[in-house]
Every structure is written in structure tokens, then in C-alpha cells.
Design a protein around this ligand. Structure first.
Ligand code: KIV
Ligand code: ZN
Length: 532
């Protein structure tokens, strides 16, 4: 059997990805993300555009010095000063590449560059030759290549090969190409461009028509060995080819392509979360691979199938991607089988009467709200079995907020094991902090607040808000989610739910064999607040 070819993953999250509106990063953030990208297994990192700002220069320089085991690429226009800056910034990299771009389509030449084709060819030659004086690996990108036409595209590519370019990246800058067209273009170039056997080819696709991943796969089929991608597909306009979608398409359907990548799937989710948080760019719920619905199932028939065998409705295992496992989302389409299963995960076995009672209460609640969260289910299951199933019950919350001074919260909390109830208060700079401080004072276990995400579940004044809180106990992360018309109450309830989950897990670990054991922990990221 022939060994699969390795497709090199060129990550441009920190350069093209950062060109997404509002996504800019500071030097420290870029360095931290670059370390994470190296851990993810990308082959090349393009950390920025060194001439564009002193910050970007420093980021590229620090990443070149600090991030090991990965090629670092400096980005430049076909301009001497740009090339000099990129060369200096990447000076200390273990391995480096220079990526130079110059437009090739008539529309760019006429309206933007205001240069003739002959001038462009001359400039491309001069600048590639200049760059080769400093760096062995020179990548050349004819910008807007897919609207250029073969004749001039071939002419430019032949010229830069003659000057020593080693990698030809042919970008679909405006996301115009269709998969067959993009693949065929590479086939024609590889056959028709003089010297093409001496260079490697790279794909770079934008997602304006939602085809960046499909186009990149077509290029892989045609024989490119490098693909330029960004985490979460972030980038200009509709973004770039998404790293995680491309990597998982190749991992899941590799037999169709005869290729592999060096990406470590188990690092995908944490990297995606970090990029989303740092760039302030929420991930669509239905985004393939990393969206929060990507591995969640609400329909009763699907849930039933999954509980019998995961592969009935899943083509990838989310646990392999480091994604917190909660495949069953309880909503109005869920059936008895899923309810019984979820409650059993919390150590509660229901008899038929109790299941019917829970099912009736659940359906009533599910009709009113989109999703029934675990803590709500446990409250209902608690009524069915006549005992409280959570360590603590948050029964009342008052939060005083306003434009000046401190915020104050007061909460009534019942300790269900000790059978005591307390009213606790807390203060803080903001209302969430005040509520967290109040609840924390009623929970003796050292639960640390680790993160909060807030979502608006619909538009309008009466919209429900959803809060998802992450806490840490004994080094493990746990998540609680709650929805409420009042977003502050949702945050307080989600925090209580996360604490309950953490405490239940810790107590179960202390008492092995205790049937209240719950796997509970979710491998989620560091402390941050995201509002979307
Ligand atoms: O989309 C594009 O054309 C680019 C390059 C300059 C490669 O980002
Ligand atoms: Zn681009």
C-alpha cells in the first residue's frame, strides 16, 4: 500500500484571520496563540505583516524566537521595505519562509496597482530575486489569481519560478471560484507552467460563496501540497478556509484523497475556543466541528439511535477533538429513553411511574423553553423521586445594579445535605461578580470561577438570555448553563449549576461507589467573559 502524502497546513489566523473586522490581537495574544497553533500541529505559521505596524513586527519577531518546531512565515508586498521588514522579523526562526504577493487580475492592475502587465511581471521578477538574496524559501501569491486568466497567470508564475520562488500559492482572493474550476486551474498550471516540477503548490481560499473548504479540497485532489487556513475560518469578509473543517474532512474521508495532515485533532477544540475568545468572534452554533450544536442531538429518534450506537448519527467522535461531551440536548423533541438516560447519568434510577411523572413535567417545561438544562431536569426528577438531587438549591436572587458604585446581590440557598437554608450577600464591580460572590459564600468547597459566556437567544425586549458558566474544582473544569428572561439571573443560576456539578463530582470521587457519581467535568478554556 502506498503511504498517504502529507498536506502541509499553513496557518494564517494571525495574518489573514486578523484582517477580519474587529479581530485584532496584541503581541502577547499573538505569541500565546502561536504556541497553541504549534501544539495543534500546523506546519507553518504566518504571524502577521511585519511592515504594517511596530506591534506586528514585534509579534512576528517574538514568535520567530520563541515558537519551536514550526516554520515561521513573514508576509510582504512586492516592495523592498516590506521584504526587509519580513526578513528582519523572521531572522531568528528555526525555519522560515517569505510570502510575497502581487496582484495579477486586470481589475486589480487597472484600478488598484495602476500598472501594466509588463510592469507587474518585471516587479515580480525583481522582488523575488531580491528576497532570494535573504531567504531560501520564497512563496509567491498572484493576488486575485482566479479572476486573472491562464495566459497572464502562467506568464507571472513562470517568471517567479525563474527567479527562484519555491512555493506558488494561487489564491482565490475574492472567493469567486467553484471547486471544479479551482481544481482544474491547478491541474492546468501544473501541466502548463514551465518549471512547475521544481516548485510546490499551495491553495488559499476565501469563503464568500461558502466554498473555501470545498475549493481547498479540490486543490488537494489536483495535487497541491500546502493549504492555507485559519482557525474557525476567521478572516476578511466571510473568512478563509477553516482549518478544523479541512483537517477533519481529510481525516474522516482521507481514503478519497490519499493524504494526511500533521494536525492533532485533540487540540482542535481548545484552539478554536482560544481564537474565538481572543479575537472576540463568537462561533456560530451550527459551525461544523467546533460549533456548540455540532455534536448535539435533540430529536428523539436521533437520541434513541445514538444511545444504542454513536455512529448511527455521528461521523466523528467529538471526544477525539477534545470537545466536551453532551450529545443529548433535552428539548421538546426528546423522548423518554433520553430522559431516563440523562437522569441515570446523575445516579438516579426511575421506575415507570416516576418516569411518567418526570416526562409530563419535562414536556410542559420544554414547550415553554427551547432547551431544558440539567439543573432544571434534576429539580423535576427530584420532585418525582421525592428528594433533592442537587447539593445546593438557589431559590431566590436579588441583584441591585445601577450606574454608580458597587453592585450588591443577595441569595437564598439551601444546603440539601445539611438540610439548612441561608441568605447570603455579596458585592462586586458588576452584578455577575456580586452574585458569584454571594453564592460562593454559601458553598464551602473551594470552587473557582473560570469563565462566563452570555448569549441572547432571540431578538426583542422579551428575549431570553442564556448563560454558560465554567468553574474549576480540584483542577477539573465543570460547566453549568441556564436561560432566563433576566440575563443576570441566568448567570447566577448557571453559576449555581456549575458549582453543583463540581461539588457532586468531588463528593462522588471522595466516596467511590456512591451512585451519585457524575462524570460532569468539561475540558473547557480559561477564564473569560464572552457576550454575543
Ligand atoms: O487572499 C489573498 O489573496 C491573500 C494573499 C495575499 C495570499 O490573502
Ligand atoms: Zn487571503
Amino acid at each position: 500500500m502506498t503511504e498517504p502524502r502529507t498536506i502541509k497546513i499553513f496557518d494564517t489566523t494571525l495574518r489573514d484571520g486578523e484582517q477580519a473586522p474587529g479581530a485584532s490581537l496584541d503581541v502577547e495574544q499573538k505569541v500565546e496563540l502561536a504556541h497553541r497553533l504549534a501544539r495543534l500541529g500546523v506546519d507553518t505559521i504566518e504571524p502577521g505583516f511585519p511592515i504594517s505596524s511596530p506591534g506586528d513586527f514585534r509579534a512576528v519577531q517574538r514568535i520567530s524566537r520563541e515558537v519551536e518546531g514550526v516554520e515561521i512565515c513573514g508576509f510582504a508586498r512586492a516592495v523592498k521595505d516590506d521584504i526587509d521588514a519580513a526578513v528582519r522579523a523572521t531572522q531568528d526562526a528555526q525555519r522560515r519562509r517569505l510570502h510575497m504577493f502581487l496582484s495579477s487580475s486586470n481589475i486589480h492592475l487597472d484600478f488598484q496597482l495602476k500598472k501594466t502587465r509588463a510592469e507587474v511581471v518585471r516587479l515580480a521578477r525583481e522582488m523575488v530575486s531580491y528576497a532570494k538574496g535573504f531567504v531560501d524559501e520564497v512563496e509567491f501569491s498572484p493576488m486575485d489569481a482566479t479572476r486573472t486568466g491562464d495566459e497572464f497567470l502562467f506568464e507571472v508564475l513562470e517568471a517567479v519560478i525563474e527567479e527562484g520562488a519555491t512555493i506558488l500559492n494561487i489564491p482565490d482572493t475574492v472567493g469567486f471560484a467553484l471547486p471544479e474550476e479551482y481544481g482544474d486551474m491547478f491541474t492546468r498550471v501544473m501541466r502548463g507552467v514551465r518549471g512547475s516540477e521544481r516548485v510546490e503548490f499551495s491553495a488559499h481560499c476565501h469563503n464568500d460563496l461558502g466554498m473555501a473548504v470545498a475549493n481547498s479540497l479540490a486543490a488537494v485532489k489536483a495535487g497541491v501540497t500546502h493549504v492555507e487556513v485559519t482557525v474557525n475560518g476567521i478572516g476578511e469578509r466571510a473568512g478563509n478556509c477553516s482549518l478544523e473543517e479541512l483537517a477533519m474532512a481529510l481525516a474522516t474521508r482521507g481514503e478519497k484523497f490519499g493524504v494526511q495532515t500533521n494536525i492533532r485533532p485533540e487540540e482542535i477544540y481548545a484552539t478554536s475556543q482560544m481564537v474565538s475568545r481572543m479575537m472576540g468572534s463568537p462561533i456560530a452554533f451550527n459551525k461544523p466541528i467546533v460549533g456548540r450544536n455540532a455534536f448535539q442531538h435533540e430529536a428523539g429518534i436521533h437520541q434513541d439511535g445514538l444511545l444504542k450506537n454513536r455512529s448511527t448519527y455521528e461521523i466523528m467522535d467529538p471526544e477525539r477533538l477534545g470537545i466536551p461531551r453532551s450529545m443529548i440536548v433535552l428539548g421538546k423533541h426528546s423522548g423518554r429513553h433520553a430522559l431516563r438516560h440523562r437522569v441515570a447519568e446523575f445516579g438516579v434510577e426511575l421506575d415507570e411511574r416516576q418516569l411518567e411523572e418526570l416526562y409530563a413535567a419535562f414536556k410542559e417545561r420544554a414547550d415553554k423553553q427551547k432547551t431544558v438544562h440539567d439543573h432544571e431536569l434534576l429539580q423535576m426528577a427530584g420532585s418525582a423521586v421525592d428528594r433533592a438531587l442537587e447539593p445546593y438549591t438557589l431559590s431566590e436572587v436579588q441583584i441591585v445594579t445601577g450606574s454608580g458604585g458597587h453592585r450588591v446581590a443577595s441569595c437564598r440557598i439551601r444546603d440539601n445535605e445539611a438540610e439548612t437554608e441561608r441568605i447570603v450577600t455579596g458585592g462586586g464591580e458588576g452584578p455577575v461578580e456580586a452574585a458569584v460572590n454571594a453564592i460562593r459564600s454559601a458553598v464551602p468547597e473551594p470552587v473557582e470561577f473560570a469563565g462566563l459566556e452570555l448569549y441572547s437567544l432571540s431578538a426583542g425586549e422579551t428575549a431570553n438570555g442564556e448563560a454558560s458558566v465554567t468553574v474549576r474544582l480540584n483542577g477539573e473544569l465543570h460547566r453549568g448553563t441556564a436561560a432566563n428572561r433576566d440575563i443576570m439571573l441566568a448567570a447566577a443560576e448557571a453559576y449555581m449549576a456549575a458549582c453543583n456539578r463540581a461539588v457532586r463530582t468531588a463528593r462522588a470521587a471522595r466516596a467511590p461507589g456512591d451512585d451519585a457519581a457524575d462524570s460532569g467535568g468539561s475540558p473547557v478554556g480559561e477564564s473569560e467573559i464572552t457576550i454575543s
